[in-house]
Design a protein around this ligand. Structure first.
Ligand code: ASP
Ligand code: MG
Length: 327
């Protein structure tokens, strides 16, 4: 870990160093973290496959990607657009649009491990929780409800911890986290965002994670057009999973699929319709099917498991906001 001078408010924070600058113990620690990563990916991908999901390869450039707006948590410094063959394309912010289209037209259940490029504002390097490039385990299920997704994720989290305690015992002991890592009881608790706002005020997000001792759900969060919103009640049918002390590791929702609502929300939120032409066309033709899904931040999940102070530590090639290493 590397000391850098910082912003007074936050104090001094250790930032993960590039590989060529670490030695001895730090390399050994990287190796143990890499083993936990391998076992985590192995468990997760196998579990998705066993549950009937197709494994989709990721894409990098597309005309449509996640707007990441409006989202109370987003803080994007730069959006990467480039031109290929005379067309404007964007690097993947998330594969949400691909998931909705793929689950509607082809596969009822799918997942992907996709690189998400989110050029976060550089101040975010000190949060220990943001990266400008990370991997998302993104999945989608045609016809599913929110509670289907929530109980599936509950079982994955419990199953993963159980699996790692059994199969990564040596690694977790070396990293000094074995005893603190508890297999959670299910169902994980669910809290409504409105209730949290009443209890903790506008700062609920930063307070809540310190109030829980098990991963916990927050539902009903206003954000992007693709999350389902009930216009008559103002309720959002969506969810985030929060890791104790760390923060959000997964977000997802039941999806909007109707053309009129998609259009109305894009107009209301100032999202550029011209960036979502295919989605809108398919919705207008009635080809988008109801679905629900979520995306898991893989590095965040492993960061919490291994007790890292900075999520960049679990990457072999850290992508820390504001810091561009050679690799
Ligand atoms: N991929 C989405 C995101 O990054 C998560 C989801 O809604 O599935 O926000
Ligand atoms: Mg989202």
């Amino acid at each position: 870990m590397q000391k850098r001078e910082i912003d007074l408010e936050i104090g001094e924070v250790d930032l993960p160093k590039p590989l060529e600058q670490i030695s001895g113990n730090e390399i050994e620690r990287k190796m143990y973290i890499a083993k936990v990563m391998t076992k985590t990916l192995s468990y997760l991908t196998q579990t998705f496959v066993e549950n009937g999901f197709e494994w989709l390869l990721p894409v990098v450039f597309s005309k449509s990607t996640d707007p990441l707006w409006p989202d109370p948590g987003a803080s994007i410094e730069k959006r990467i657009e480039t031109e290929v063959y005379g067309e404007t394309v964007r690097t993947t912010l998330s594969m949400i649009v691909h998931k909705i289209v793929a689950s509607s037209l082809v596969m009822p259940k799918l997942f992907t491990l996709s690189p998400n490029v989110r050029v976060e504002r550089r101040e975010r390097r000190f949060t220990g929780w943001h990266l400008y490039e990370f991997t998302q385990l993104d999945f989608e299920i045609r016809g599913a409800s929110s509670s289907d997704v929530i109980s599936f994720v509950d079982s994955i989290i419990k199953g993963l911890i159980f699996y790692l305690k059994k199969n990564a015992r040596e690694e977790l002991k070396y990293l000094n986290v074995y005893d603190n890592l508890r297999v959670p009881e299910l169902p994980l608790k669910v809290y409504d965002r409105i209730w949290l706002e009443k209890k903790y005020g506008q700062e609920w997000e930063s307070i809540f994670k310190h109030e829980i001792s098990e991963p916990s759900w927050i539902i009903n969060i206003p954000r992007e057009f693709y999350d389902y919103e009930d216009f008559s009640t103002g309720q959002w049918d969506n969810y985030d999973l929060i890791l104790p002390k760390y923060g959000e590791v997964l977000s997802g929702s039941r999806r909007e699929w109707e053309y009129d609502k998609l259009l109305k929300k894009m107009e209301r939120d100032g999202v550029r319709k011209e960036n979502y032409l295919l989605l809108l066309k398919l919705a207008r033709e009635g080809k988008i099917k109801p679905s629900a899904g979520a995306g898991i931040g893989v590095e965040r999940l492993v960061c919490w498991i291994v007790g890292s102070k900075h999520v960049g530590e679990v990457q072999l090639f850290p992508k820390i906001p504001g810091i561009v290493y050679d690799l």
